[in-house]
Write a protein that binds this ligand. Structure first.
Ligand code: HPA
Length: 258
C-alpha cells in the first residue's frame, strides 16, 4: 500500500520533495493555510486511508511553510476507526520515502498535569504507548530512548519564546479511545507519569523513528480532566480552532530552525 501511495504522490508533486512532515491534529487543520503555493492532494487520490472523524480533512498539502518544503498531513486516521496500525502510520512512511527528514507531529490532548489549562501548548518530552499495539512487525528493536529529539525540543522553546508563547513540556499518553477517560483512568495516567492524554501520535512517532526521522511533538491542550469536568469532542474542536493559530505561529518560527 505504501509503495503505490509513494509513486502516486511523487507523480503529483513533480520535483517537489518535502523536508518536513507536519501532521495536524483535531481542529488544527488551519495550520495548512500557512503553506505557500500549495499542492493539495486528497488522501483518496493516492490510496491513503481517510478519517471518519469530524474535524479531520483528509488531504495532503505540499508546499513551503516559513520557507521550508513541507508535506502537511491535514487529518489522520486513528486506531479507534478500526484500521490497522500500518494504516495509522502510512503518511509517515510515505513522507519518509519521499525524503522527509523531520516529523513535526501535533495533537489535541486532554490536560492531566495540574498546571495545564485549555489553550495551553505543550512540547512532548516522551510518550507512553498505551494503545496495546505497534506499527512494527517482527524483530524491529528500535531505540526509543530519545524519540522526541532534545535538540528540536530546545529549538521549539526558542521558537516559542521568539513569538512570546508559553510552551509547557510533558509526557503524552496515547490511548486507543474513543471513550474519554474515566476518573480512575485519569488517576492511573497521572501515577504513570503522563501530563496529557490523547488518541493519536504514539504509533506515528514509532514509525517515524523506525524510518530515521527526527521528531518534534506538540500537544494543544483542549480540555482538562478534573472532578466534575465533562469532556466532549465539540469542546476539543473549538479549543483547537481558537488556539490553533498560536501553535501555527510557534511551528512557523520552529521550521527555519530545524
Ligand atoms: N482524552 C483523550 N483524547 C483527547 C482528549 C482527552 O481528554 N482531549 C483531546 N483528545
Amino acid at each position: 500500500m505504501t509503495e503505490s501511495a509513494v509513486a502516486a504522490l511523487a507523480d503529483r508533486l513533480g520535483d517537489f520533495r518535502p523536508r518536513v512532515l507536519l501532521t495536524l491534529g483535531s481542529g488544527l487543520g488551519g495550520l495548512a493555510d500557512g503553506v505557500d503555493r500549495p499542492v493539495v492532494v486528497p488522501y483518496a487520490d493516492v490510496g491513503l486511508p481517510e478519517s471518519t472523524v469530524p474535524g479531520h480533512a483528509g488531504r495532503l498539502v505540499a508546499g513551503t511553510f516559513a520557507g521550508v518544503p513541507v508535506l502537511v498531513q491535514q487529518g489522520r486516521v486513528h486506531l479507534y476507526e478500526q484500521v490497522a496500525p500500518a494504516q495509522v502510520v502510512s503518511c509517515v512512511r510515505v513522507a519518509a520515502a519521499l525524503g522527509a527528514q523531520t516529523h513535526v507531529v501535533t495533537n489535541a490532548a486532554g490536560g492531566l498535569a495540574p498546571d495545564l489549562a485549555p489553550g495551553d501548548l505543550m512540547v512532548l518530552t516522551d510518550h507512553l504507548n498505551l494503545t496495546g499495539t505497534t506499527p512494527l512487525v517482527g524483530p524491529a528493536f528500535i531505540d526509543m530512548g530519545a524519540a522526541y529529539d532534545p535538540e528540536l525540543r530546545a529549538a521549539a522553546h526558542d521558537a516559542a519564546a521568539g513569538v512570546r508563547e508559553q510552551l509547557f513540556e510533558g509526557v503524552y499518553a496515547g490511548l486507543r479511545g474513543p471513550a474519554f477517560e474515566t476518573p480512575a483512568e485519569v488517576r492511573m495516567l497521572r501515577t504513570l507519569g503522563a501530563d496529557a492524554v490523547g488518541m493519536s501520535t504514539v504509533l506515528e512517532v514509532i514509525a517515524a523513528i523506525q524510518a530515521g526521522l527526527r521528531v518534534a511533538g506538540f500537544s494543544l491542550i483542549t480540555n482538562v480532566h478534573g472532578p466534575g469536568v465533562a469532556t466532549d469532542h465539540a469542546e476539543v474542536l473549538a479549543a483547537g480552532r481558537t488556539a490553533g493559530p498560536r501553535l501555527a505561529e510557534v511551528i512557523a518560527a520552529l521550521l527555519p530552525r530545524l
